[in-house]
Design a protein around this ligand. Structure first.
Ligand code: EPS
Length: 400
């Protein structure tokens, strides 16, 4: 079983990702992981912290001579800011605990208050250090390993931004995911449309000037996924449910939609369900497996590529809504946990908008869950075994 855990505090020495269950024989380089780490750090609306950090991974275990061994893969990303926090965040008994950075004032919208109540901490830093979205760097590292695996089998996971604040943009139906992704990668907001992107940047500038923050919506899509990942037979094996869990687990995500999502509720069935067609020879894409076999296909993808909890061969398409970052320069009312007196919270340092980064994180968590489902279906010990089983399955599909 493929799985991962992360550890690390935002201003601690480093973030760690431990991946268990990756097959042997997968080509993996730190460069591949760094590529996504860098993408996550970018995007218009980031704050001062990103000027300090320059994320890169150290592969500690599970890889030898550029290939995975099948043993646990340990990945480490250092926090450069640690240098400024050594005494405050140190694990040693004598570490400084009160230099004015003890947090007794919970920020609305953060984990501070419920975490303090739950774990009995009177310094809310003990909560916010771990609830920080800094942790997503560790998840992006895990996702990059999953992407390397999926790409080996012609599966790509891509994302782009469709709204920031009240600036909304809808991709034309005819646009291919690969083209949208390419345009998004060239954009500071990761929105494929130039005009919308400019409007989004202006909205971020306005929010910044007002001491406010902005959320938005991201689309995350996987292409080349074969039919049959996930299962209809048990609730916790449904692929859409599993993807919803990992997407919702990303810091600040408040909504997840599969395909047409909430819109399906207001449309008649005839306008929602994707009619089924068949083509004998698909448009062959060299090097990709799935598009090369005869296949059933759809002209619409309102289901987001999943029916009955299983992939149906169409792109897996989800949309996620990110709330505005709750650390605001504009004061919000709260209550000090020591004095029980009201105060108005304001901050020294924050991102104004992290929606572009959320897309990169969404790719990572989707890639990891798809890789997990892929290994469940096709075996997880070695790439050779996966190859054999996947090729056999495609042959089975061709004869269906
Ligand atoms: C974050 C607050 C900011 C962000 C941070 C997430 O950090 P700081 O408190 O050090 O200014 O920059 O994001 C990252 C460090 C990152 O790598 O994404 C928070 O409170 O969630």
């Amino acid at each position: 079983m493929l799985r991962y855990l992360t550890s690390g505090e935002s201003h601690g020495p480093e973030l760690t990702t431990l991946i268990d269950g990756a097959p042997s024989g997968l080509e993996l380089s730190s460069g591949r992981i760094d590529f996504d780490l860098k993408r996550r750090q970018g995007g218009y609306g980031r704050g001062q912290r990103m000027k300090i950090e320059s994320d890169s991974v150290r592969i500690i275990s599970g890889v030898r001579h550029g290939r995975t061994l099948g043993s646990p893969i340990c990945l480490v990303v250092s926090n450069r800011d640690w240098e400024n926090w050594t005494s405050i965040m140190g694990a040693g008994v004598g570490a400084v605990t009160d230099d004015g950075r003890v947090v007794t004032r919970p920020r609305p919208g953060h984990a501070d208050l419920p975490g303090g109540l739950k774990y009995g901490h009177r310094d809310l830093r003990n909560i916010l250090e771990r609830s920080s979205a800094r942790e997503t760097a560790a998840r992006v590292a895990a996702g990059a390993v999953a992407k390397a695996l999926l790409e080996r089998f012609g599966i790509r996971v891509m994302s782009w931004v469709v709204s920031i604040g009240d600036v909304k943009w809808r991709p034309d139906k005819g646009l291919r995911p690969a083209d949208l992704f390419k345009a998004a990668e060239a954009s500071a907001t990761r929105c494929p449309d130039k005009k919308a992107s400019e409007d989004m940047m202006a909205a971020i500038d306005r929010a910044k000037a007002d001491g406010d923050s902005l959320g938005g919506v991201v689309e995350v899509v996987a292409t080349g996924v074969p039919p049959g990942l996930g299962s209809h037979v048990q609730w916790d094996r449904k692929l859409d449910a599993r993807l919803a869990l990992c997407l919702m687990s990303i810091q600040a995500i408040k909504g997840v939609e599969a395909g047409l999502g909430f819109k399906t509720a207001s449309l008649p069935g005839s306008k929602v369900h994707d009619e089924i067609f068949y083509m004998k020879a698909a448009n062959g894409v060299k090097g990709a497996y799935w598009p090369n076999v005869p296949r059933f296909f759809r002209r619409t993808n309102n289901a987001g590529g999943i029916e009955g909890g299983m992939s149906n061969g169409e792109p897996i398409a989800f949309r996620i809504a990110m709330k505005p970052i709750p650390t605001l320069y504009k004061p919000l009312r709260s209550v000090d946990i020591e004095t029980k007196k009201p105060f108005k919270a304001s901050v020294e340092r924050s991102d104004v908008c992290a929606v572009p980064a959320a897309g990169v994180v969404a790719e990572a968590v989707m890639a990891f869950e798809l890789a997990t489902a892929f290994l469940e279906k096709f075996g997880s010990d070695s790439i050779v075994e996966l190859e054999r089983n996947y090729t056999g399955y495609l042959k089975q599909l061709s004869g269906y």
